[in-house]
Design a protein around this ligand. Structure first.
Ligand code: PLP
Length: 474
């Protein structure tokens, strides 16, 4: 493709992008295709002869678009948002054009040094200890795996990396029953074993019970287990519950256990002074992760991982074959030694664009607006006769259920709420997902899409009410 052909296609692509952004609300939020509907329309073998971009885009529109779920739709309330934003998209265009591998400092010094700088900005904005350092990982799951591996290596004086598991030790990882599944996955991959993930019970707010944690650690120590790592969550995926960091960090400190904090979604909100109290105890923690690709408008993937001691991280991951040796190795950071993959995209560029374009004040304003909208939804549900909150709102997440008159059994309520959720999602008008709270099926409404407004929330509430009233309850 010549540059002049590229220019023509690129301008046309921008038109397509803008058209999508302007008309996003005309799409069904959740894709309604059936399994195999997409793949059956795609040829079984690759083309022998090249095709035009025009034809590829035609097929993109006709074949693929129906199979897209619109994560950037303002009525996307499911899971947690994976927000993109215009400045982030602009930066991605540059990133793709440069096609840089930022694995080592020398392979693109700007990639490494910009990453160091924006991570420091986030450390300040969130209120992490100023001497911590950060690195961008793909996902919170990767970051949590890194924390588990580093805790293991630090404990074994880096001998498991060297020799494999030679002792008959049983290691333990602690987290709550509400912790994200990535903790268990990480423990499996790290060779700790799923059965050595101790799931601590939660209290009324679905946050980890420090008393129970304390008892489990004591019992494990008495029985000869080795406590490696505690994973505390700030903002659980189910209900956005906050584990009590203060008390947990005292235990981790006392027993010298690695404390990793998973704040994948809620972490963004720590740029708001009013939530910083939740970080009390952070000084005693060892690592912290949050995803700017969720609630900080930087499109996937961009997970910000922060550690107290980068030395431990690097000693866990560094590897130096001859072909990767460079003269600068001793006085720069080589981020390929800060995690699993060797190759690294220039992800700091989009974060830099986003932070600079909005500025801290505007980012705070957007998050506060989401939280205000969630508050409105909470109050509206609370004053409704046919709906109830299933737990108090936390930040921008509201969990509620429909309580039709005359229905009392949990089982029936669960079935009806499941039916309501499916009807809502099939309508294409909005998309939300569920969780279970003490056995009760709850609709989860995460209000955090960049362009969501009061109008969307009011409309969502009406659609939920109307859909519920159209469902037969007898
Ligand atoms: C979303 C989420 C994760 C997983 O994030 P990935 O980046 O997709 O791995 C982990 N923990 C919590 C609390 C989450 O909300």
């Amino acid at each position: 493709m010549t540059t002049s052909e590229f220019k023509k296609e690129a301008y046309a692509m921008v038109d397509l992008m803008v058209e999508y952004m302007e008309h996003i609300e005309s799409y069904n939020v959740k894709s309604q295709v059936k399994p195999k509907q997409i793949i059956n329309q795609l040829p079984e073998s690759m083309p022998l002869v090249g095709e035009s971009i025009e034809l590829i885009i035609k097929d993109f529109k006709e074949i693929l678009m129906p199979g897209i779920t619109h994560w950037q739709h303002p009525n996307f309330f499911a899971y947690f948002q994976a927000n993109s934003s215009p400045p982030s998209i602009l930066a991605e265009m540059l990133t793709a054009t440069l096609g840089v591998q930022g694995m080592k400092w020398e392979t693109s010094p700007a990639s490494t040094e910009l990453e160091e700088r924006v991570m420091q900005w986030l450390i300040q904005a969130i209120g992490l200890p100023s001497y911590w350092q950060g690195v961008i990982q793909s996902t919170a799951s990767d970051s949590t795996l890194n924390a588990i591996l580093t805790s293991r290596e630090q404990y074994s004086s880096y001998q498991i990396n060297r020799k494999g598991y030679t002792e008959n030790n049983q290691y333990r990882v602690y987290c709550s029953e509400e912790t994200h599944s990535s903790a268990e996955k990480g423990a499996k991959i790290a060779g700790i074993g799923k059965e050595n993930v101790v799931k601590i019970s939660t209290d009324g707010n679905l946050s980890m019970s420090p008393q129970s944690l304390k008892e489990h650690i004591k019992r494990d120590l008495d029985q000869g287990y080795i406590p490696l790592c505690i994973i505390a969550t700030l903002g659980t995926t189910g209900t956005m519950a906050m584990d009590p960091l203060g008390e947990i960090s005292e235990l981790s400190q006392k027993h010298n256990i690695w404390l990793h904090i998973d704040a994948a979604y809620a972490g963004s909100a720590f740029i708001l002074p009013e939530y910083k109290y939740l970080l009390k105890g952070i000084d005693n923690a060892d690592s912290f992760v949050f995803n700017p690709h969720k609630w900080l408008f930087t499109n996937f993937d961009c997970s910000a991982y922060f550690v107290k001691d980068p030395e431990a991280l690097v000693r866990t991951f560094a590897i130096l074959p001859e072909y990767l040796k460079t003269d600068s190795d001793n006085h720069v950071n080589n981020h390929c030694d800060w995690g699993i993959p060797l190759g690294r995209r220039f992800r700091s560029l989009k974060l830099w664009f986003v932070i600079r374009y909005y500025g801290l004040t505007k980012l705070q304003e957007i998050l506060r607006n989401h939280i205000e909208l969630a508050k409105w939804m909470e109050e509206t549900i609370d004053s409704s006769n046919s709906f109830e909150l299933i737990c108090p709102r936390s930040m921008n997440l509201v969990c509620f259920r429909w309580i039709p008159v005359g229905i009392e059994s949990t089982e029936q309520l669960n079935e009806l709420n499941n039916e309501l959720m499916n009807a809502l999602n099939q309508s294409g008008k909005l998309y939300l997902t569920h969780t279970k709270v003490n056995g009760s099926f709850a609709l989860r409404m995460s209000i955090g899409q960049l362009n969501v407004t009061k109008h969307h929330i009011k409309q969502a509430y009406s659609i939920i009410m109307e859909t519920a009233s159209s469902i037969k309850t007898d």
